[in-house]
Design a protein around this ligand. Structure first.
Ligand SMILES: CC(C)=CCC/C(C)=C/CC/C(C)=C/COP(=O)(O)OP(=O)(O)O
Length: 238
């Protein structure tokens, strides 16, 4: 969701207002996705690098995020209207207690929703996710090995498969994305889903996030559908 602050500047608004309009754009885009029956949507709400912003900015963005997470639980929210299960994926230990609590409450409250899945990447970077998953995998393998190794000969080498690591990814709650949309004409992934995006197509409309609309979504879905058969063939060959 790139470009909220630039949108605020462009329209002579306060910085925080850019994020508020950005949130409205997010709700609008989610509605379009669910109407088009896109089952999995993942959003990059706040990266670990975003914590390096000015402390007042981090605090006000986090306050907004907390307020909006709590709003997701209202009866008329998009999450409840479309039966969406919400996951917060990231290093949640880096969040303040109230934000962490709000996130956990939202995950519990939507746990029985099954029509779609919304993963909200918060306190997330892909490299952190990979390191965390590798660490968890090694710990698990070591424990399994300990149980099996009665010889006392030590560990030797332990095999690790791609699927072992994937099981421990925060994003194991959703399949790899077909499409990644990053606004503002930026084509960098900025540490978002690096592992999962090996076969994704990247679409980068030149508008700021709050300016995104239905036409951008339709265009990329249309493009994806046209190329789907070709992409599937390529995937199977590789
Ligand atoms: C519950 C929930 C999902 C809340 C989401 C709230 C929300 C819209 C957060 C966006 C925060 C963010 C860092 C946006 C990127 O724009 P930027 O600040 O990098 O803007 P710039 O590219 O113009 O600098």
């Amino acid at each position: 969701m790139d470009g909220n602050r630039r949108y605020a500047k462009k329209n002579n608004l306060e910085e925080g207002a850019g994020h508020r309009v950005g949130f409205l754009a997010l709700m609008k885009m989610l509605k379009y996705c669910y109407e088009l029956e896109v089952k999995y949507v993942t959003i990059y709400a706040f990266s670990i690098d975003n914590f390096k912003r000015r402390p007042e900015e981090v605090q006000s963005t986090m306050q907004l995020i907390q307020e909006k997470i709590e709003g997701l639980l209202e009866e008329e929210s998009i999450v409840n209207r479309y039966g969406v299960r919400v996951y917060f994926t990231g290093n949640l230990e880096l969040l303040s207690k109230p934000v962490k609590l709000a996130a956990k409450k939202a995950m519990n409250a939507t746990a029985n929703n099954s029509k779609a899945v919304l993963s909200i990447c918060i306190a997330y970077t892909s490299t952190d996710e990979i390191v965390h998953a590798v660490e968890e995998t090694c710990n698990k393998k070591r424990d399994e090995f300990r149980v099996l190794d009665t010889s006392g000969a030590g560990y030797g080498s332990i095999d690790v498969a791609v699927a072992d690591v994937e099981k421990h990814m925060y994003m194991s709650v959703a399949p790899d994305p077909d499409i990644i949309i990053r606004t503002s004409g930026e084509t960098r992934l900025s540490n978002f889903l690096l592992w999962q995006s090996a076969s994704s197509i990247l679409y980068s409309p030149g508008v700021l996030w709050p300016e995104i609309g239905f036409r951008h979504l339709v265009r990329v879905v249309w493009d994806f559908q046209r190329n789907f058969a070709y992409l599937e063939k390529k995937r199977k060959q590789s």
